[in-house]
Design a protein around this ligand. Structure first.
Ligand code: ACO
Length: 367
């Protein structure tokens, strides 16, 4: 039998790739994306700028301004929204968006990558509208990506504060080291299956509540709590039942997730512009403070701080996305990271093929 090294549970601390794309410093609470600090990017860069930053060097034919190319890609993938039938529209939005994305052809080139970036941006509004009994709205290729997403969702022009809020979100979640969905995308890319296959693996991993599926349940928690006075008893009862608080804790960060703070500004700006329910942010901050105090007592040896999903929930709620579609909006941003990682893996990486240790029974000897 081959000598196999022991492995930590959940592969914690295992290094599985070299990357120029992003660094997550869990002790300092810092995120770097291609040499730029998140503080420098969120609220300043548009999603198109982030795509250019992540794709630079991974696609030879990258245009200087991606706005037009992405607009064209949205117009192309809209044809697939015609396959959104009643059965598909009745499913969880992330399953419906994944199924429509799976209709796109595999490939490794820039047009394939742009169509994959366009897919969640076009299909999510179409699915949300179908669930409300409304027809899809066709993309306007002349608009910036974030503005067109909100327009397709509502069939009305969004306010600038809303466009800025969505841009800040998409930039903030665009890449984050070797998280579960990015690892899944790199594994598939390493087999040379193609970018569509890699992105479908990413969407599937993102869907789970321990990863990108957490922000919808954050809204359920806030709605369940209802008032600041009820925060402590509600949270204590949830923990006593053995539940986890969504929007708190992280595998890498031992301090506050810097993405939570990157989103706090846009969340407050949206509230100041009148988006969302009045007093919602103040209420959520009271719940956050109670949760942090209780988690400290609950797990004194394990720092559990606010993660990106808590403020994601507030931001996407203020933009009028339904909680069931929050993971799809996460995918709109993270697809940029999956694609860059897939290309990086293809450029230099071998097939990812670790080993397992067999701990089952030996075959019986023939009599
Ligand atoms: N609420 C209550 N307890 C928690 C939480 C939480 N949010 N997070 C971790 N713990 C507890 C665990 O129950 C565990 O306790 P135990 O040792 O008694 O079993 C201990 O802290 C350590 O937890 P692990 O499972 O080892 O932590 P891990 O690094 O595997 O998990 C994770 C990280 C999945 C994010 C976890 O903190 C969690 O489930 N959080 C809630 C879901 C969430 O917000 N996910 C979004 C993460 S951000 C992102 O993916 C984009």
């Amino acid at each position: 039998m081959t000598e196999v090294q022991a492995f930590p549970d959940g592969l914690e601390g295992v290094v599985a790739a070299h990357t120029v794309l992003s660094e997550v410093d869990g002790q300092a609470g810092r995120l770097i994306i291609r040499g730029r600090s998140l503080d420098d990017l969120a609220g300043r860069a548009r999603f198109e700028d982030l795509v250019a930053l992540l794709f630079d060097g991974f696609f030879a034919d990258l245009p200087a301004d991606l706005t037009q190319a992405l607009g064209q890609a949205r117009a192309e993938v809209f044809a697939e929204a015609a396959y959104l039938d009643d059965r598909l529209a009745a499913r969880d939005p992330v399953e419906a968006v994944r199924a429509l994305t799976a209709r796109l052809a595999d490939g490794d080139d820039l047009p394939t990558a742009l169509r994959l970036l366009a897919a969640p941006a076009v299909f999510t509004p179409a699915v949300v509208r179908a669930q409300a009994g409304k027809a899809p709205v066709a993309p306007d290729p002349s608009l910036p990506h974030a503005a067109d997403i909100l327009r397709m969702l509502r069939d009305a022009a969004p306010a600038q504060a809303e466009i800025d809020g969505l841009d800040a979100y998409l930039v903030t979640v665009s890449d984050h080291g070797l998280n579960a969905s990015t690892f899944a995308a790199r594994v598939v890319a390493s087999t040379r299956a193609g970018l569509t296959s890699a992105v479908l693996a990413g969407i599937s991993a993102l869907k789970g509540p321990l990863h990108g599926g957490a922000p919808g349940p954050v809204i359920e928690m806030l709605d369940g709590i209802g008032s600041p006075q009820n925060a402590r008893p509600w949270i204590e009862a949830a923990l006593a039942r053995g539940e986890r608080l969504m929007g708190f804790g992280h595998r890498i960060y031992r301090v506050r997730d810097p993405r939570a703070d990157a989103l706090k500004g846009p969340v407050r700006a949206l509230a100041a512009a009148g988006a969302g329910q009045a007093g919602r942010v103040e209420f959520a901050e009271a719940v956050e403070a109670a949760a942090l105090a209780i988690l400290k007592d609950h797990k004194p040896d394990r720092p559990l701080d606010t993660n990106v999903e808590f403020y994601t929930a507030l931001l996407l709620e203020a933009l009028a996305f339904p909680p069931s579609a929050f993971t799809c909006v996460f995918a709109m941003g993270r697809t940029a990271g999956w694609l860059a990682h897939a290309r990086e893996q293809l450029a230099g990486g071998r097939l990812i093929r670790p080993q397992s240790v067999y701990v089952g029974p030996e075959p019986r000897q023939a009599a």
